[in-house]
Write a protein that binds this ligand. Structure first.
Ligand SMILES: [Zn+2]
Length: 273
C-alpha cells in the first residue's frame, strides 16, 4: 500500500470541516496525559494508550467486489455496527511500556462508544449540562460558537481524572478548557481511506481522514478511532464543579488520583457501537 496522501477517490465523501489529521489538532485536541502533554513520567497510563506489546496487525486488505475494503480472513468483530472495518490491535494492556502518543483502536472505540473516561475507563462525568470533555482552548482562532460542532477523537473524562490531569500538568491550566457536552453524537471514524487499483482486488491508501458513518467513504476506510460530533457545549470550571459535590465525592474529585477505574482492573469489553 502507498500511504502518501493523495486526492480521495471519486465518490468518497470528505467533509471539509472535519477532515483533519488528529496529529495536527485544532478542534481534535490531544488529551491531557496522553499525547503532547509535557509529562516526562506520567503516573497514570490512560486506558486508551497503547503498550509496546500491542502491535497493530498488518492484515492484508482487499477490495471486495469493488464496493468496499475487507480482510481476507475477516471476522464479524472486525466491523462495528455501522459496517465499518476496524484496524486490528493485539491486546496486551499493562505489558511492556506505555506508548503515550499512540491510541489503541479497540479501547478508544470502547471508551468513545460507551462514553467512558479515556483515562480510567469508568463512566465519564455527566451532569444536567452533559458529559465532560477537556478540549484544547481554540477560542482565539475558532469561529464564534466554538466548540459546538467540534469533531472529537478523544473520549470524555470523569471529573477526578480531568482534575488530576490538569493538576499533573500545569500547562493545561491555560491550554485547555473544560466543556460540558449535552449531545455528543456518534458521527464516524478516523482512519486510512483506501481506493481500488487497476489490479482486481488490490487497494491502496490515499488519505488519512475523518469519514462520516453512512457515507461512501465509510466503506473504504480502515478505522483507527471513533469520532463524536460535540453539540450543545457549555464551558465549565472543574474546581467549581468539585466544590459543589457532596463531601465524600468531592474528596475523590479533589484527590491527585484519577477515577475509580484508573488501574489495569478496567475491563476491556466489546464496544457497543
Ligand atoms: Zn476517569
Amino acid at each position: 500500500m502507498n500511504s502518501a496522501p493523495e486526492q480521495p477517490p471519486a465518490g468518497i465523501e470528505v467533509h471539509p470541516l472535519v477532515v483533519r489529521d488528529p496529529s495536527r489538532p485544532r478542534s481534535t485536541p490531544q488529551p491531557p496525559g496522553l499525547t503532547g502533554a509535557p509529562l516526562a513520567k506520567p503516573s497514570v497510563v490512560p486506558y486508551i494508550a497503547t503498550w509496546t506489546t500491542e502491535h497493530g496487525a498488518s492484515n492484508p486488505i482487499r477490495s471486495l467486489f469493488g464496493d468496499r475494503i475487507a480482510f481476507p480472513d475477516e471476522r464479524p468483530e472486525d466491523r462495528d455496527r455501522h459496517g465499518v472495518l476496524w484496524r486490528r490491535n493485539t491486546a496486551g494492556r499493562g505489558e511492556g511500556r506505555p506508548v503515550f502518543d499512540q491510541v489503541h483502536a479497540r479501547r478508544q472505540r470502547h471508551a468513545m462508544s460507551d462514553l467512558l473516561c479515556q483515562v480510567c475507563a469508568g463512566p465519564a462525568s455527566r451532569t444536567d449540562a452533559g458529559w465532560l470533555w477537556l478540549l484544547h482552548d481554540d477560542r482565539a482562532i475558532e469561529p464564534r460558537g466554538w466548540p459546538d460542532l467540534v469533531t472529537a477523537t478523544h473520549p470524555p473524562l470523569c471529573l477526578p481524572c480531568a482534575r488530576a490531569s490538569v493538576r499533573m500538568c500545569p500547562h493545561l491550566h491555560s491550554g485547555f478548557v473544560a466543556v460540558r457536552v449535552a449531545d455528543p453524537q456518534l458521527w464516524g471514524v478516523y482512519g486510512s481511506v483506501h481506493m481500488p487499483t487497476t489490479v482486481p482486488g488490490q487497494v491502496r491508501t490515499v488519505a488519512r481522514a475523518m469519514v462520516p458513518y453512512g457515507s461512501t467513504g465509510a466503506r473504504w476506510v480502515l478505522a483507527a478511532q471513533m469520532v463524536r460530533l460535540l453539540l450543545g457545549c457549555t464551558f465549565t470550571d472543574l474546581d467549581e464543579e468539585a466544590a459543589e459535590l457532596p463531601t465524600a465525592t468531592a474528596d475523590q474529585a479533589d484527590s491527585d488520583s484519577p477515577g475509580a477505574g484508573a488501574t489495569l482492573r478496567a475491563t476491556e469489553r466489546e464496544p457497543t457501537a
